[in-house]
Write a protein that binds this ligand. Structure first.
Ligand code: PEP
Ligand code: MG
Length: 641
């Protein structure tokens, strides 16, 4: 059917895919190795197909596929001075290196495809890689910068257009047959595609536009960045699925927070689901069903109604206290990624915000927010919480959380470092860019008059970092006092994330300097197990129940309790009611999670006794295998339902 011909040729690396224009002429919809057919096609009606991925959000969504197309990029022509030649050449080299990396990653993913498709696509990627090597194309681009005195993106566009036109002209004037002309057309397309990829990497243009997303559609794309999720309107969107992504990356966290049914890491999805296809996103099972049969559709509709009913049940828990059967009070707070979640937090009955990920303030804008702009946003959130505490985590920049304004203002390099998770992220960046840190601290301090606030530092590994951060904080306090600003008394507590093995294992020392701990189980799992939390390919290895992760959490919790410092968990672990008895048993009494999880966790808290949990935790901590731990957790949860 016609739809199949429109399918994209390949699931991409995420940042930019191989565009349809570069598809080999005979590309057709490929079958997915993880795809199964059910319900046999009736005449004229496509067969139902099921594709498996990673379950992200609990709901089920039904709707037509909306493919988020990457916008064409037309950077303005820019001339440069002779003194800028070197800088522009370096920018071009960096974009070439990044493009090569993307393509190599793409090539590595090919073995997930059927052999026939691999045979079609591999030579195409090789051709791209060849062109990005020491080819005539890249030589001419460099020459154009030097001799034409133009910026790198202008040189790329000029060279790509000229070369594609020359290839086509040669084919038209030559006496070759139509097959040669088709081959020349493909070659010209390849040159244009390489130019587009380079320009996208040079200009860091937003990849997609969600403005045209129709009401009730299902968004399907290769890769969704956290910054993209920040642009989505959850009230318009039925569900989301993407080829890429892992269970605990920031994209997943934000989708969960918005309560949008979502499945990530569905290999080859975009190729199989052209726009308009009817799709079911099953966030419980981690499944995408395309062209569902009548019976499957009816079942999905029942699931949608069932979820709505369950939500009503959770809503009734809102006013009940989070207290164990033996009277231990537990603090259940919400994580906030976007101001759009504020109404959800109120609905969920969360007792404040335990983790405000302030990154959203910096995303999707050309310039960084200044002190006044930030103060106003923090004040709005603090006032909305009406006296409940708000823990504001200062900017946690990392490679994954792309923030163009930081690049534009020269605060982070144009290209992410080779290994962003182990490079300058979180507090490391803030200490290197004190102006950025001071502005944010000043804004938080000014807003802190509106209600109780705590300040949280991300990605801490040493005592020295906390001391340096405190010095900056004290400098800002002195400056604001000199300016005559009214500051809260006492000043907001100054706490740290425990999200690296280094921080967890030196928690007893760090507790001397930090006012409180927030255990970030997401990064703690990633760094302990050396598994990228956002990478679909290693997703099965990402296991927060690994005894190593649990022991680190136990050590940090005990250090905090010994030093009488408040400690909470704010990673995704905190929002899973199955883990609640274990966390209570380790001595934890404060959890922060995506708002929609609060009622479920509250129910789990209200069904257990703290003493029983402590005995249970001792048993769990004796285990050597996460599979055994998982089994014990399931048993305990079933016995206490
Ligand atoms: C964590 O790492 O567990 C955490 C809460 O921080 P983030 O998910 O924002 O990295
Ligand atoms: Mg973290």
């Amino acid at each position: 059917m016609a739809k199949a011909a429109a399918a994209k040729p390949i699931a991409g690396t995420g940042r930019s895919g191989v565009s349809p224009s570069s598809a080999p002429a005979k590309t057709k919809r490929r079958s997915n190795p993880r795809e199964s057919k059910a319900g046999g096609a009736k005449a004229g009606r496509p067969a139902e197909r099921r594709l498996r991925g990673i379950a992200i959000t609990e709901g089920v969504a039904i709707g037509p596929v909306f493919g988020a197309v990457e916008p064409e990029i037309e950077p303005a022509r820019r001339r440069i001075q002779a003194a800028d030649i070197e800088a522009e050449r370096s920018r071009l080299d960096a974009a070439i290196a990044q493009s090569k990396k993307q393509l190599i990653k793409l090539r590595a993913r090919l073995d997930m495809l059927p052999e026939e498709s691999q045979a079609e696509i591999a030579p195409l990627i090789d051709a791209y890689l060849h062109m990005l090597g020491p080819s005539r194309l890249t030589r001419t681009m460099r020459q154009r910068i030097e001799e034409g005195l133009v910026a790198a993106e202008t040189a790329v566009r000029d060279t790509g257009d000229a070369m594609a036109a020359a290839i086509m002209a040669m084919a038209e004037t030559g006496s070759d047959g139509s097959e040669q002309r088709a081959s020349a057309r493909r070659h010209a397309d390849e040159v244009r595609e390489i130019s587009r990829r380079l320009i996208r990497n040079l200009t860091r243009q937003p990849f997609r536009n969600f403005a045209a997303l129709p009401q009730g559609a299902v968004l399907i794309c290769e890769y969704l960045r956290p910054a993209d999720v920040a642009l989505l309107d959850p009230s318009r969107l039925a569900g989301v699925a993407a080829d890429e992504g892992g269970a605990d990356g920031h994209t997943a966290i934000m989708l969960r927070a918005l309560g949008v049914p979502a499945v990530l890491g569905v290999a080859d999805l975009t190729a199989a689901a052209p726009p308009g296809t009817l799709a079911i996103i099953d966030g419980r099972k981690g499944e995408v069903i395309l062209d569902p049969s009548t019976a499957t559709l009816a079942e999905a509709r029942r699931a949608v109604t069932g979820f709505a009913r369950q939500r009503q049940h959770w809503a009734r828990l809102r006013r009940l206290p989070a207290i164990t059967t033996d009277g231990q009070e537990v603090e259940l707070q919400a994580n906030l990624e976007l101001p759009a979640e504020l109404p959800l937090i109120a609905q969920a009955g969360a007792a404040g915000i335990g983790l405000l990920r302030s990154e959203f303030l910096f995303m999707n804008r050309e310039r960084l927010p200044d002190e006044d702009q930030q103060a106003e946003i923090y004040r709005g959130i603090i006032e909305a919480m009406a006296g409940d505490p708000v823990t504001i985590r200062v900017l946690d920049w990392s490679g994954e959380k792309e923030i163009d304004a930081l690049v534009a203002e020269g605060l982070v390099p144009d290209l992410p470092p080779e290994n962003p998770a182990l490079s300058v992220r979180g507090l490391r960046l803030l200490l290197r860019r004190p102006e950025l840190f001071e502005t944010q601290l000043a804004a938080i301090l000014r807003a802190a008059n509106a209600g109780p606030v705590r300040i949280l530092l991300p990605m801490v590994t040493t005592l020295g970092e906390i001391r340096s951060a405190r010095e900056v904080f004290e400098r800002v306090v002195r400056r604001l006092r000199r300016r005559g600003e009214r500051l809260p008394e006492p000043l907001p507590p100054f706490g740290i994330m425990i999200e690296t093995p280094a921080a967890a294992l030196s928690a007893d020392a760090l507790a001397l300097e930090a006012d409180f701990f927030a255990i970030g189980s997401n990064d703690l799992t990633m760094y302990t197990l050396a598994v990228d939390r956002a990478e679909a390919e290693v997703a099965p290895l990402y296991d927060p129940l690994h005894p190593a992760v649990l022991r680190l959490m136990q050590f940090a919790t005990e250090a905090a309790l010994l030093m009488r410092k408040p400690v909470s968990v704010c990673g995704e672990l905190a929002g899973n009611p199955k883990f609640t008895p274990l966390l209570l048993g380790l001595g934890l009494r404060s959890f922060s999670m995506n708002a929609s999880a609060v009622p479920r966790v509250k129910q789990a808290v209200r069904h257990v006794g703290a003493d029983a949990c402590a005995r249970f935790a001792r048993r769990v901590m004796e285990q050597n295998h996460s599979s055994m731990i998982d089994e014990l957790l399931s048993e305990f949860a079933a016995a206490n339902e």
